[in-house]
Design a protein. Sequence first.
Length: 589
Amino acid sequence: MSLLLIVFFAAVALTVGYATYGKFIARLFGLDPDRPTPAVEMRDGVDYEPIPPKFLIGQHFSAIAAAGPIVGPILAGIMFGWAPALLWILLGSIFIGGVHDITALVASIRHKARSIAEVIREHMTRQSYLLFLSFVWIALVYIIVAFADVTAQSFVGQLTLEDGTVISGGGIATSSLLYLALPILMGLLMHKAKLPLGIATVIFLPLVGAAIWVGQKIPLNLPGVPGLTTLQIWDLLLLAYCCVASIVPLWALLQPRGHLGGYFLFTALAAAIIGILFSGRTVEYPAFLGWVSPSKQGGLSLFPILFITVACGACSGFHAIVASGTTSKQLSRETDALAVGYGSMLLEGMVAVTALTCVMMLPRTHDVFQGTPKPNFIYALGIGNFLQVLGINPAFGVCFGLMAFTTFVYDTLDVCTRLGRYVLQELTGWQGRWGRSITTLLTAGVPALFVTRTIVGPDGAPIPAWKIFWNLFGASNQLLAALTLLGVTVWLMRTGKSRWTWVVTAAPMLFMYTMSAWSLLLIVVPWLLSFGQGFRFDLVAFVALILFVLAALMLLEALRTFRQRPSRPEKETGGNSWRPYSPAPEADR
């Protein structure tokens, strides 16, 4: 079967979904281009600043599309075959993920661009607000754990291509460090020397290419130290980067790195599309491997594991934090929410489809599927194959793919650490320099406890930390999406929209809540049953239990709220007394 045919079908399905269901959702909300948005009404040139949708889409998309829509679909495709993963990516993006994103964005702009947490506090209870913030912080911690470790995997070991070329992990590490140095220099030149963005882009983009090329010439291979492997050392260094990146001013690192990283994102997507169009590749991996994954992949059931493994490729609670945290403060017209919120999620679905093709084009007996699969290498190998159509050397193409993957993760790591700091500061009230430092160390320090643990499987072989925590990350991220939809559902019902709310937001919320809670119970129940039978403390199961309890308590708060009368008619005002959610300290701006 032609790879092009399947990708074409996926593109058509997502386009039709946008033109039909997406516009249907927009009509239900009554999006009005003439109704002033918070970005217009509260414009201050710092946090609230309306920008054209063509620029906001790129900014929002680069913020939400990180490694999740790459790692998740690849793992799900390997475990169950590409067909279930593809169907869930398409159906999930159109009917759940896209709905989640646009409703979170609209809820925010209808409440003066406040966060979803603030919307929940207004329409539910303060207890719900605190439960939600606690859940958000734990979810952010697990995003950092999973993505830091899967990135560190790129910096160790090596990948041998079919022509015998060896791609060194140490070389990728060198390229990665050079890549981080470039935006720092770029930010200094733009901020201090007033170098225009266009000129800076022309100068530094070619240097990024040079960094990819030179990395393999001077690989950085760190030695292990007593008690820590080389992989764990890289994990700790990445967490140290998170600490620094989440505290320094935005202009010094995040903004220029995000600008350069956006080119990686779109170039990688374009490379995949060009490769699929002109390479003539066919599908070789099996479409369906059964309702239970093969034993070497864990022997896990398709329900519910598929739905939390694909994660961001179909739905992501992290998107709500971005949509209601920064995007809503820059939306110039209400009608732009369709393209920015719903459209960006479908575009991320397309990224997930292209990542899945990296599995589909390979036979099941390929070397990359032996042992514990490394999704970063599988993705890079696919991108390298696609770039050969343009005459690009396979080794450079694979290095580009690995660097692109690493770049996507950097976006997630530093944003999650910064957001985790904001949430802890909100929960504890710790402000100022010391408050900022302590909350940052806690947000990045807790993941250090997980990545430095040595975990072995039944055969005594070490298991990567990201492999252990991916299901927990996926479950917490998907459950965060369910809780966001829960908050939106309560808001809509309390403002007189219950006629269509049950179908549009409540049904997706119940599905995601069920799949996520089910997957958490698969972790928790065996641990609880081990009491009295050689019981030992399991940190992963303990955290899964905490997440389950927080989600259950919030659901009870919602049920209690449902019994109350609607708070106001159709028009939402958001109230007059409110404080912005987790405002960025002056040093961040």
